[in-house]
Structures are given as C-alpha cells and as structure tokens.
Design a protein. Sequence first.
Lengths: 422, 223
Amino acid sequence: MGEFFTEYQMILIGLAGVFGLLMAFGIGANDVANAMGTSVGAKALTVKQAIIIAMIFEFAGAFLAGGEVTSTIRKGIIDASSMVDTPELLVFGMMASLLAAGIWLIIASYFGWPVSTTHSIVGAIVGFAAVGIGMEVVQWGKVGSIVASWVVSPLLSGTMAFALFTSVQKLILNTDDPLKNARKYVPFYMFLAGFMIALVTLMKGLKHVGIDLSFGQSLLIAIGFGIVVLLVGKVFISRQKVEANDDKDFHYASVERVFAVLMIVTACGMAFAHGSNDVANAIGPLAAVVSVVESGGTIGAKSELPIWILLLGGGGIVIGLALFGAPVMKTIGKRITELTPSRGFAAELAAATTVVVASGTGIPVSTTHTLVGAVLGVGMARGIAALNLGVLKNIAVSWVVTLPAGAILSMMFFFMLKGIFL
Amino acid sequence: MNPILDLFAESPMKPMQTHMQKVEECVDILPAFLDAVFAQDWDEMMVMQKRTRALENEADELKKALRLNLPKGLFMPVSRIDLLNLLSSQDKIANKAKDIAGLITGRRMEFPESTQADLKAYLTRSIDAAKQAGKAIRQLDELLESGFKGKEVTIAEEMITELDKIENDVDVLQIKMRRQLFEIEDTLPAVDVIFFYKVIEWVGDLADLSQQVGSRLELLLAR
C-alpha cells in the first residue's frame, strides 16, 4: 500500500486540495452572506464594509479556532483505527465526501433548497463509511451527538437571543431615557462579545500557532480583550452626535444608531464564529486525506493539522466571498429591512456565541440554522414585526433530504474513485 | 431559497400606518366640503365628494394589499386577527366619510343657517377623534421598537384615553345637535329632516368608529 501512496501522492493530495478549495469557495460565496446579511439588512454595515469585515474575521476564525471542528470531521466521525489495513479506502471516502457535499450544494442551490454545508458533509462521510466500508467504522455515538447538536444549537441560540433582547428592553428601550441608557449599557454588550470570542479561541485554538495558555491566563487575556473592545466601542459611541431632527419621525432613531456600533462588533463575532465552524466542512476531509497519504498509509499517526491546510480553507472562503459574496449579500441586505440594530445585535451575539462554543468543543453545527433560531428568539420577545414560520418547515425538510442525499452521492463517488485507482 | 431571507416577512406596521394616513386624508376633506355645501357651491361640492371617493378607494386598495401580505403562519408580536380587525375598523372611518359626502351631494342637501355653525363644530370634533386615532396608529412604530412593553404602551394608552374623551365630547354635541333640529323640524320639509338626522348620526359614527380603532389597538397591546 505504501507504494500506492508514494505513486499517487501528488494526484491524491492535489485532487483533495482542489475539492476542498472549491468547497471553501462555495462556503464563502453562500454561507458567509447568510452570516453577514443581517448586519447589512440592519444598515449597521454597507455591503463593502461587511465584506471587508468578513474577510478578516472569517479568516481569523478559520485559522485560529477552526482546528477542533476540523479534527472532528477528520477523525471523529469515522473510527479510523479499524481501517488500519485499508487506509486507501479512507482516502477515497474522504475525497468522495467532499465531492458529494460540493455537488449536493450546487444541486440544492439550483433548486433553491435551504441546505447546510455542515449537514451535507456529515451525511456524506457517514454515508460512504457505513455502506462502503461497514456500519462498525462509524462512531455512532459521536454522530448522534452531532445530530443532536443541530437541534440544540438553534434552541440554545434562540433562548440566548430571547434573554439578550429582553435585557435590552428592560435596561434600555423601555426606560424613560433610552438614549442615555443605550450609551451606558451598550458598551457592556460589546465587552460580552469580545470576551466570549476571545475566551473560546484562547482555550481551544491557539496551540497550532505556538501559544499554549492555562485557563487562568486565557480568562485574564479574554477579560482584557473584552475591555479593549468596550473602550474602543465607547469612543465610537461618544463620538456620535445627537441631531435634533433625528427622532422627529421615530423616537428611537438615535438609540438605534448606538446599537449600530454594537452591531459592528457582533458582526465581527459572527464572521469569526462562522469561519471557525464552517472551514472544517471544506478542509476536514482534506486534512484526513493529507495525513494518510503523507504518512504513506499509516492511519492514526499522531499528526498535527498542517497549517497550510487551515490557510487554504480560510483563504478559499475569503476568495469565494470576495468573488461571489457581494451580490448575495446585497440581495439579503435589501430584503431584510425589518431588522433594526437593537434586534440584529441580539440575534448575532447569541448565534455567534453558540457557534463559537460549539466550535470550541469540536461540534460542527449549522451557522445559518443557529442564526435562524436566534432571530426567532428575538421574535419571541415581541421584537420583530413579522417572521415566516414556513422557513422552519423548509429547514426540517432539507434536513431529512440532505443527510441521505449526501450519503448516497458520496457512496457513488466512493465506488467510482475505488474503481479508477484500484 | 435562502433561509435567512425567507425568514423575514414584510412588516405590516408601516402599511397599517399608511392606510390610516389615507383614512385621515379622506376625513380631512369633510370640513371644506361642508363649507361648499353651506355656500351652495355645487361644483366645488362635487369635486370634493369625488376626492373623498378616490381616497376611500385608495384606502381600500391598501387594505387589500395588506391583507394579502398577512398570510397565516406569520409569526408576529401581535395577533394576526387583532391586526386585521384594527385594519377593518380603520377602513370603516373612510367608508363613513365617503357616505356622508355622498349623501349630502346626492340629495343636494341644504342646512338651515341657524344650524350651520353647530354642525361644523360637531363635524370638526368628530374629525378630531379620527385624527387622534391616527395619532395612536402612528405610535405603532415605537410600540414595535419597544416590543409592545413599557413606556410606549403607556403613551399609546394615554392617547386612547384622550380619544375616548373626544368621543364623549362628540356624544354631547350630537345630543345638542339633535335637540336643535328637533326644535325646528316642523319648519322643514319632512324628508329633509329625516336625512338631516341621518347626517347627524353618521357624523357621530365617525367618532364612534375612531374610538373603535382605539379599542382595537388596546386589544392589540393587551396580550
């Protein structure tokens, strides 16, 4: 087997690399727009600003905090130790999964189904493993907890968004002087956003860039980072001038402008969270292929995730976003005009927190579905004029369809690749 | 197509306000219309009556568009039924205004000079009620922003209380108006008297319907 890998090393890694890059493109072009569109819709950011923020923070999230989920996709779903004698099957399977998920996403976007990249890739990996190799190689316990997280994450973010928005009502909107209270309390929410993202990143992510911190150190640095965000936010808020005419038609116009500053912070958090979670969908399988092929067919060698793979994933997302993200974001921004910054921030902060925590624990969740849950949470607090509950049905249907579709496609490609190479 | 995009439906609050604004515009024509009636300027009367009809039509169109935009399965901070009820009470005000102008124009009604000033004052107060209802509806923006809680609800409730007060005034004026007519009704042609009573009733209805908008709004808030 060793010869096989030396002979085809370039082709295998090259192919997997191309598939992974295409997948990252797709994520950048489509998913990022979902994650950032709410900020554009709330008029906290222009499309251009949103893209610049997304490029920086998606990349940072992918690079700094993308490792855990990548490792789950790479070796958490399949029990690789049972495939020591047939490493080539793992390689073909992972390549097939990338191809399957990518093609399924293209089909789904063509027909307009709301599918999730995460669900596609997990379905694909489980599919080739269970049918192509054997039921026993799938770590069903882990898969079960991943699937459970898909229900839990929207519920969690919804609850959090409800709580956040209720606190905003109590502390700011329903008080006698909402503007004064907004200026007073909004920086605190900024602290929360900065602190949470920094903490998860520090605790889980930074080993591969050579930083290894204890929990206490992480906590301190995260608090420090939160305070920096708070102070910068305060400066921006204090620079805002209140114009007498602003509130003539709508009493809350200047209050919303304070929240718009906050929403810039949460948009950064959202992009970071998205990068940390979704990069794995593109590079997890690639990482698995590379580790097997480069070690000449040894499975389970304790290899670290090569940094170039994270760079490739992060870079792919950024390029996809830069090339194709703008029109999608423009459409979303134009249509979501009902979301004001005081709502948008609550939804984004709740979704980003949920996703980043999931990323930290290595669980691949769907950023989009988590955000949908968060928006509904704000709606529950009577915050949004009208939401379409039909979306929930669509999401449920796409769930039921995506897992088997990804699985069947990846099985097909798996047997195809096997036929070509062996 | 896209779950985030599909999630957000169009807000019904702005269209509610636009509709109410049309209703107010429609009602607002009545005082000038009445002046034309008193001056027996039939051409001017016709023009104004046509304008109320046009505005009432526009309000109807807005009402239909809004209803079509409120399918079941929408998740809103207020009950859909309450909102639709509120919309239909708003619409009834414009209908009544159109009816008043239509009746007076159709019969080329003349009002005895001794009643004119009081009739005008009575109408103006009734229109105040419609305007007060409009003011409360304009508060929907702020109510939505505050999540239908707290200070904004209190403000809206105060507006509704004020509206009730205006409606009370109108009731008093209506009684006065009727008594006045009763005293001179023998001197007028019987058919004219019947329709004069009708006009008095309908002008009062303007205020009643406006008050109904207020109560529907109150129902909307109480959840």
